[in-house]
Design a protein around this ligand. Structure first.
Ligand code: GCV
Length: 701
């Protein structure tokens, strides 16, 4: 009898929750602001039952109570997902179903089940989550050595529920593979964003430091939820004023808000600051006054932001000042700043995005030539920040040959979420598969298995510092990233920087379930759209290794672009189409860029019969009637790829239409509107590129 009553009560409760959940998703006009942290009520009755059994009370040490971000996140997460009341938060275990939070300094309660050596081995940012018994009660422990570790553990636990994973027998221990997991904003101080496609800059410089937008905290929370632990707030084409005392106070106000989330502040700096801001006659890195200027500036920064991360520098690149003006090397330039930051434990991220035309006629070769000869000359607190490919975030590039080539200087990767060359948040392009292709590339720097991911993690050469950064996409648009699906690139970056071994599918599925729907069928449809989207984009824009077929907007097709301030900003420099053929000869008969790679990679790229066709025209110049593996001629293959891409883009629209009614109407409509633009653009790409190349390809016959 009692059992029956209990059972029907449970049923009633579940139905209330189901109705509550359905109601929630119908009435709430979803605008995308909540990103992947929506915490909608769980409607799957089996999961809900298990979760509500496992999480009856939340046991938080005193120091995690009032106002603490861990408490706040658990409160909003668990009340949203499970309907848990604030009264469920306690300081001691009272019954079964305790969720116990602890860090090394508050480990009392868990000491009977978690050894202090386990906490120690979590490292500075890791966590463990374990189902166990404490004082005879069933409990789930989320613990880390440090506060950031606990925050990451809490977000991980909430993610398990958001994605309907079991939580009753957990034994998880995670730590990030990479130390530096940073956002790079290209935000200008006037509120614009270089290559930004989601509105104006998040940072309200006019109001700071007095007025603090709630978005600063929401941003840090989103970053922390995926393990991002720092952010470079301003453009690498750096405005000098960022280092002025006035702006540093503004920056410090944001840093204060981010600190509880474990997100550290970094700044891009202008190498000429000592002159243009400090009034010195030179910025020569070997000049003692210049050295003193940087040291004094570093001291000032740390007096305002004690945990400041360090500087990002674009020097001697695209008109930015740098050490070369004074006949000094990149190492001398980087070391100047490194010495100023070292007493405070700050670092310098020195970018390898340099392509001085005097170095080599082939732009793809220049950074490797400049940096490999400096290996070993950098201070211990310098890392070299290298874009994923040797040109510039093209839809597809082979990995940059600097990965694996720098043996004594830590190298971190710079990838780009902001879709500068990938449809600029108007096209749906999930970057997970592209980034995985990059991370899984084998550099062979120390034999087989020397993947880029392992190089970055310091497992090929024992780097002192490791990391990956993303030129990132949030702006003031309500949905943060312009296109709802562009949020997935922010998300994927964080997840991959935490664990580069995760698959693109796993990440896309997590994101879809949290952002759009846990309905299996709908999630599978969205997952398929995302997983195919990068290849689709490559097909209708730059297949078979073609690159840079654009003009200054980096968006629309412009293969005829042969006039720009520099030859390597045109399109013709790269495709070199003529009646004889198409492609850039980077083989040993051409510019010999291939030999910047380790064997056997260099040989594989050099030999047209082994070079992957996806990189064919990157490395080889081919006649139009070159026979492809499909049996088609090169020209026929190009036509087929472009037409396939356009058809795939059109199909995305139809597929999305099939989700009408399954996704909240506002976001469904927003995405549909952008897919229409994408389909039309893809058609344009296909027509214009084929018309242009056709003039050469078809004169041959
Ligand atoms: C911030 C490309 C972009 C520039 C960008 C540059 C860089 O050239 O078009 O807008 O400048 O890369 O990465 O420094």
């Amino acid at each position: 009898m009692t059992h029956k009553t209990g059972h029907s009560m449970l049923h009633k409760m579940i139905s209330i929750f189901v109705l509550w959940g359905l109601w929630g998703s119908f009435v709430r006009a979803e605008d995308g602001y909540r990103l992947w942290l929506r915490y909608e009520p769980i409607t799957d009755s089996r999961c809900l039952e298990q979760y509500r059994k496992s999480v009856v009370q939340i046991v938080l040490p005193k120091s995690f109570q009032d106002g603490n971000v861990v408490r706040q996140e658990l409160q909003s997460g668990l009340s949203g997902l499970l309907g848990i009341e604030p009264s469920a938060f306690t300081e001691d275990i009272l019954h079964d179903g305790a969720l116990v939070i602890a860090s090394a300094d508050t480990a009392g309660l868990i000491s009977e089940v978690i050894k202090s050596s386990d906490l120690e081995s979590c490292g500075p940012e890791g966590f463990l989550i374990r189902s166990t018994k404490i004082k005879g009660y069933s409990a789930t422990v989320i613990a880390g050595k440090t506060r950031p570790g606990v925050i990451y553990g809490v977000f991980h636990f909430l993610r398990l529920m958001q994605t309907l994973q079991p939580i009753d027998a957990l034994d998880i221990m995670e730590q990030p593979a990479l130390q530096l997991r940073l956002m790079n904003h290209w935000d200008n101080l006037n509120g614009t964003i270089e290559r930004g496609y989601a509105g104006r800059s998040l940072w309200q410089w006019n109001e700071l430091p007095g007025t603090l937008s709630p978005r600063y905290t929401d941003y840090a929370r989103a970053c922390a939820s995926i393990g991002i632990n720092g952010s470079v707030i301003n453009n690498v084409n750096a405005d000098l004023r960022i280092l002025s005392s006035e702006y540093l106070r503004k920056v410090a106000a944001i840093a204060d808000l981010w600190r509880p989330f474990g997100v550290r502040m970094y700044l891009s700096v202008n190498f000429a600051s000592p002159m243009r801001l400090g009034g010195l006659p030179t910025a020569d890195p070997l000049n003692p006054d210049v050295m003193t200027w940087w040291k004094t500036k570093a001291d000032e920064i740390y007096s305002l932001i004690p945990d400041f991360g360090g500087f990002l520098v674009k020097a001697d690149s695209e008109g930015q000042p740098g050490p070369k003006t004074y006949g000094r090397t990149h190492a001398q330039g980087a070391n100047l700043l490194a010495d100023a930051l070292a007493p405070h434990k700050g670092i310098v991220m020195w970018r390898a995005f340099v392509y001085d035309a005097d170095v080599d006629p082939d732009r793809a070769k220049r950074a490797w030539l400049e940096f490999t000869r400096l290996d070993g000359q950098f201070r211990p607190n310098v890392v070299i920040q290298v874009k994923n490919g040797p040109i510039d975030f093209q839809p597809r590039e082979p990995f940059h040959p600097l990965f694996g080539a720098m043996k004594q200087t830590p190298v971190i990767a710079e990838i780009q979420a902001t879709q500068e060359y990938l449809g600029q948040a108007r096209h749906l392009v999930y970057h997970g598969p592209m980034w995985k292709e990059f991370l899984d590339s084998d550099t062979y720097a120390k034999g087989q298995g020397s993947t880029v991911a392992r190089v970055l993690a310091g497992k090929v050469h024992p780097f002192r510092m490791t990391g990956m950064v993303s030129v990132t996409n949030p702006g003031l648009d309500t949905n943060w990233c312009g296109h709802h699906f562009s949020q997935s690139n922010w998300y994927a970056f964080g997840r991959l920087a935490w664990n580069p071994e995760l698959s693109a599918e796993t990440i896309a599925e997590e994101w879809t379930r949290m952002t759009f729907t846990n309905d299996k069928k709908s999630a599978a449809v969205i997952l398929a759209m995302m997983m195919g989207s990068h290849e689709t984009f490559v097909n209708y824009t730059m297949p078979l290794g073609l690159h840079h077929l654009i003009g200054g907007d980096h968006y629309a097709p412009m293969p005829w672009n042969d006039r720009a301030p520099r030859a390597d900003w045109t399109a013709t420099y790269y495709h070199q189409a003529s009646a004889d053929g198409i492609g850039f000869d980077r083989t040993r008969r051409g510019t010999n860029a291939v030999d910047q790679y380790f064997p056997p990679v260099c040989d594989v790229f050099n030999d047209i019969s082994t070079c992957p066709e996806k990189f064919l025209l990157w490395f080889h110049r081919c006649p139009w009637d070159y026979r492809m593996k499909s049996g088609r001629t090169l020209w026929e293959e190009l036509c087929a790829r472009y037409r396939q891409g356009a058809a795939q883009a059109a199909a995305l629209q139809k597929t999305w239409q099939s989700l009408d009614g399954k996704i909240d109407s506002r976001r469904h409509q927003d995405v549909a509107d952008r897919l229409a633009i994408q389909a039309a653009d893809a058609e344009k790409w296909c027509e214009q590129i084929l018309a242009y190349f056709g003039r050469y390809a078809e004169t041959k016959d």
